[in-house]
Design a protein around this ligand. Sequence first.
Ligand code: PMV
Length: 364
Amino acid sequence: MIFNNIYMIEQDFVCTDDFESNGIVKWNSPSNIALVKYWGKKENQIPQNPSISFTLSKCYTTTSVEFKPKKNKDSDIIFEFEDELNHPFSQKIKLFISSIEKYFKFLNNHDILIKSKNNFPHSSGIASSASAMSALSSCLVDFEYLNSNKKNSLYYINKKSFIARLGSGSASRSIEGPISLWGLSDSYKESSNLYAINISEEVNKIFHNYQNTILIIDPGVKKISSSIGHKLMNENPFSKTRFDIATRNISLLKDVFKSGNLDEFINLTESEALMIHSLMLSSNPYFILMKPNTLEVINRVLEYRRETKLPLCFTLDAGSNVHLLYPFSIKQTIQKFIEDDLSLFCKSNKYIHDCLGKGSEKLL
Ligand code: PMV
């Protein structure tokens, strides 16, 4: 295994340690919001273009995994979500665990009990796969760390992101923060398609403690899964241009992070958000994930910015909710605008104030 190499390959992540041990580990891991979006992938969760996100802090998943040497020939995997056994997520988690066994030989020797819950409200329409998969991956890799002689921290950080990526691409970017990059980019020499890297150094202080408010426009379940969305990009007539633009945007954003030029930041962030929705509109079958209130809020944000000259901007995920981004210095003014005006367009006036954070955190 190569420890000191900056760049790691898939084989580096195979753990052949065959121990048997009792133990419990517990981690929190947050959601993240992409600025340059990941939309389109190749086989084995390899992204078509690099992406950059802000790691959030207030919306997170807490997961514990208890390991016991197995009693029967086959290992038992029990998954509880929000204290509910046989939750619809169970099947997905069990399939995921079987698919990553080659990276953790010791999984074959253990029965495992996984308990997971989100701290953000049910059906808020906030993507939870990033926080869920990064929390689970942090637990599995931590158990390997506790039972291994290898103590190279970069290996474990990269492996957490590598395993999280196999569960959900964007989850690879939730392990560290406040700013992560996943996917090969000429602009970042340590970047990889296999795991995300932390690119928070050399970032202008205007981005320190940047704020993110999620306006809950529609708490319903998304109409299409992101895996279908990624797949549709294989046939989308604009995909090649999209992947080129995203790759270029990584390098532009790197410059913006250094300069702190918020006009350019806003332009790039909003155009990325609208672009992935335009790709959904131009897919076959096409789908419209914005709601009338999504557009209403976007127009009000644009108008507010024109009038006040304050650097408030929006981004979108693959859904109708609007993520607002603004510097810490104008937090009070913006949060008053949200409360007095924008909240009227949210379902049950609901919104969540979040801000940048440091990624997954060990609890036990
Ligand atoms: O991680 P996935 O497969 O759920 O894809 C996430 C895609 C977006 O959230 C729309 C964009 C992104 O980069 O997070």
